[in-house]
Design a binder for this molecule. Structure first.
Ligand SMILES: Nc1ncnc2c1ncn2[C@@H]1O[C@H](COP(=O)(O)OP(=O)(O)OP(=O)(O)O)[C@@H](O)[C@H]1O
Ligand SMILES: [Mg+2]
Length: 261
């Protein structure tokens, strides 16, 4: 199977907060044609993994970035953080938020020009947000805000897009639209998406990555019950249509961790 060229090489990564070990001994490679679904229990370290990749939290071990990811001497990655209600407090408009995704390539100081507005309007249209350009972000619904943050992450056309639980606040209709959009974007960039909605995610992504203090990349998008057991994943499987909704119980046994220790 062709995996394209390597964008990110992670070796023996560790993340800790004071005495709390969030991640340890993590090895992971991310390739240019990847569409990875990241799953794992709450507190398993998923957000910590992507924050380490983004260089916004301290870590041990190494993260190397491929040449093609570099712009202006720094890795350029589209990132949509996990959204909390706090984020809505900033008094800026939808258009400004989306254009702020261009900051890195154009510097902080100049004001935005016509070309940048045009690009922002184009991505907003792709996310079905036309008409909301001048709305303050505090006046958006959770789902709308998430779509705006997605636009901000893709406006600069990154080679890698990382989304931390982008469907938390969105309704079913937008969830489908989002997955459609990601499906198209996956031809243009590598995508890493964290999600609890593993029923849907496994049908959208190409590979699954399990995160629970350790990280394991599976070379398929099929999630087996054994995998869930191995990674202690008390996950909800949410499916749409006629398929019943299943909730898996929490598993306390984690053979993978025992092997590693
Ligand atoms: N800023 C922080 N300070 C202290 N501990 C933190 C901090 N951020 C995360 N942690 C801890 O690190 C561990 C991993 O957290 P992380 O947010 O990476 O998990 P997650 O898999 O993203 O969880 P969720 O599914 O709830 O988003 C948890 O035990 C969490 O409490
Ligand atoms: Mg998280």
């Amino acid at each position: 199977m062709s995996r394209g060229h390597k964008l990110i090489t992670i070796r023996d990564l560790g993340v800790r907060y004071d005495n709390n070990v969030a991640l340890e001994h993590v090895d992971l490679d991310i390739y240019a044609d990847d569409f990875l679904g990241v799953i794992g229990p709450n507190g398993g370290g998923k957000s910590s993994l992507v924050k380490a990749i983004m260089g916004i939290i301290p870590h041990s071990g190494t993260i190397s970035y491929g040449e093609s990811l570099m712009r202006g001497g720094k890795p350029h990655i589209g990132y949509m953080p996990q959204i909390s209600s706090f984020d809505k407090a900033f008094p800026i408009s939808v258009l400004e938020v989306v254009m702020s995704g261009l900051q890195r390539e154009r510097g902080m100081l100049r004001s935005y020009g016509k070309a940048e507005r045009q690009r922002a309007c184009e991505v907003l249209e792709r996310a079905s947000l036309t008409g909301l350009e001048h709305r303050a972000i505090g006046e958006l619904s959770g789902g709308q805000l998430q779509r705006v943050m997605l636009c901000r992450a893709i406006i600069s056309k990154p080679q890698l897009l990382i989304l931390d639980e982008p469907t938390n606040f969105v309704d079913n209709r937008f969830e489908n639209e989002l997955y459609n959009l990601l499906h198209h974007l996956a031809n243009e960039m590598a995508i890493v998406i964290i999600s609890h909605d593993i029923g849907t995610i496994s049908s959208v992504v190409r590979n699954i990555v399990c995160v629970n203090r350790h990280v394991h990349r599976h070379d398929s998008n099929i999630i087996t019950e054994e995998q869930l057991r191995n990674y202690n994943c008390p996950l909800q499987i949410i499916t749409h249509g006629d398929v019943p909704h299943t909730v898996l119980g929490e598993h306390h046994h984690c053979p993978h961790c025992e092997h590693e220790e």
